[in-house]
Design a protein around this ligand. Structure first.
Ligand code: SAH
Ligand code: SF4
Ligand code: F3S
Length: 449
């Protein structure tokens, strides 16, 4: 049997990592991955429910795929991930073309579900598990430099706006040993960067070992391997973690630390469990302990009851912290969450205007931060050819900024290169080759000739 699977992934990096687990499971049963939907026997959408527009996109996509099924009635169509978990049988009832609905903790059953689907039987697997981590499954990864490793699953935070605790279930961690093994095998395959993933990675726990211990253990595997992680919750971000980042040159000086809002009243309504003062205190400590550390964040505009003044507080926090980057969203009410019971009382046009203001401020700050980098030298991991031209490489700095540099000087993909920054936009840096770095050693990010 050589059945081909096409999988389209939406949502966060956890979903990208899960798609690799899905292909790991199916690969063992003789399935292979195809990048062409037209030649697939099985089409999966690995879906996201975090905001209504994420779900609307997938409804639209299912419509397109339905026409494929009209041409090939043997085609198996499955909805995986968070939307499968949230909508369950509703999806099967409403979408005639869907054969399978399988949530994030039931992927081991996919081969069985596909077999049944081939005999015309529809399948639903949406039980959440307290223990499933797929740690014994080797994710299917194509060759490359960067890999995701999910180190914990689920979320116990229950922010009032968020569906994730319902679609992903309770927190559980993989063993430290299994993660370190995975980093080793990626290093042997030539990978140069791993990102440790969890909705709330700071809650990682394996016996006595916490997330800092895990980071340190991963960093030790290969000094040439960059270690990144996401997402940190401000409540649990410890000084121990900050010192671990500072002590290990290959753990990136970059922390994604969602703030969501600058107002304590709104943060309380969101059940974020910290105050803005506590949050700013972490930023301050991090900047002392890790010189040159950068931050990115997530922000929600127009949470219920948000006043103009409270919106202004969010803008003030942005100006105060000066994030390198931000993911910015309009509040989207999600059925089943606590906030869904609150009145969605910020009118759509006010939400839109606030979001625009948030985006504009962030653009300006990112631009200014990048302008300040002109003249500095940065260590860049060269990742691929630039999308726009074969004459240029694209790579990233330790603090996750994209840098474009010219092809030549014996530079190869996978090299660490020192680059002198000559030009910058809000999203990209451009630079000239200085030298290839034999050993990846972090230098202070800012030093001007
Ligand atoms: N666990 C991570 C990410 C969760 S989802 C964290 O806590 O940071 C990513 C982001 O989506 C959240 O940080 C939040 O900013 C946004 N988000 C989640 N639910 C939302 C909703 N109902 N409406 C708008 N944005 C939402
Ligand atoms: Fe959602 Fe909050 Fe958990 Fe993040 S920490 S996944 S926002 S409930
Ligand atoms: Fe979306 Fe699920 Fe991730 S809701 S953001 S895919 S955890």
């Amino acid at each position: 049997m050589d059945k081909k699977v096409y999988i389209e992934t939406y949502g966060c990096q956890m979903n990208l990592a899960d798609s690799e687990v899905v292909m790991g499971i199916l690969g063992k049963q003789g399935y292979s991955l195809t990048h062409e939907m037209n030649e697939a026997d099985v089409v999966f959408l690995n879906t996201c429910s975090v905001r209504d527009n994420a779900e609307q996109r997938i409804h639209g996509r299912l419509g397109n795929i339905g026409t494929l099924k009209q041409k090939n009635s043997n085609l198996v169509i499955g909805v995986l991930g968070c939307m499968a978990e949230r909508l369950r049988d509703e999806l099967i009832e409403q979408k005639k073309m869907v054969d399978l609905v399988v949530g994030p903790d039931e992927y081991r059953r996919l081969p069985e579900f596909i077999d049944h689907a081939l005999t015309g039987e529809k399948g639903i697997g949406v039980k959440l598990s307290r223990t499933e981590t797929y740690e014994d499954i080797e994710p299917y990864r194509e060759e490359g430099l960067s890999a995701w490793i999910s180190v914990m699953r689920g979320c116990d935070k229950f922010c009032t706006y968020c569906v994730v605790p319902y679609t992903r279930g309770r927190e559980r961690s993989r063993t430290l040993a299994s993660i370190v093994e995975e980093v080793k095998s990626l290093s042997e395959r030539g990978f140069r960067e791993v990102t440790l993933l969890g909705q709330n990675v700071n809650s990682y726990i394996d016996g006595e070992k916490d997330f800092s211990d895990l980071l340190a253990a991963c960093a030790e595997v290969d000094g040439l391997m960059r270690i990144r992680f996401t997402t940190s919750h401000p409540q649990d971000l410890s000084d121990k973690l900050l010192y671990t980042i500072s002590d290990n040159s290959n753990i990136c000086n970059y922390i994604h630390l969602p703030v969501q809002s600058g107002s304590n009243k709104i943060l309380e309504g969101m059940n974020r469990t910290y105050t803005i003062e506590h949050y700013l205190g972490i930023i301050e400590r991090a900047r002392k302990i890790i010189p040159g550390v950068s931050f990115s964040t997530d922000i929600i505009a127009g949470f219920p009851t948000e006043t103009e003044e409270e919106h202004q507080m969010t803008l003030d926090v942005m100006k105060n912290v000066r994030y390198d980057g931000a993911f910015m969203f309009k509040y989207s009410p999600r059925e089943g969450t606590k906030a869904y019971k609150m009145e969605d009382d910020v009118p759509e046009e006010v939400k839109s205007r606030r979001l625009t203001e948030i985006i504009d401020i962030q653009q300006k700050i990112s631009y200014e931060i990048n302008q300040e980098l002109i003249g500095t030298k940065e260590i860049v991991l060269v990742e691929n050819k630039s999308k726009k031209s074969d004459d240029f490489f694209a790579g990233r700095t330790d603090d996750n900024k994209t840098v474009i540099l010219p092809v030549g000087n014996d530079v190869k993909i996978g090299d660490y290169v020192k680059v002198k920054i000559t030009k910058a936009t809000s999203g990209t840096l451009f630079g000239d080759f200085v030298s290839i770095e034999d050993v990846y050693k972090k230098e202070p990010t800012l030093f001007v000739d």
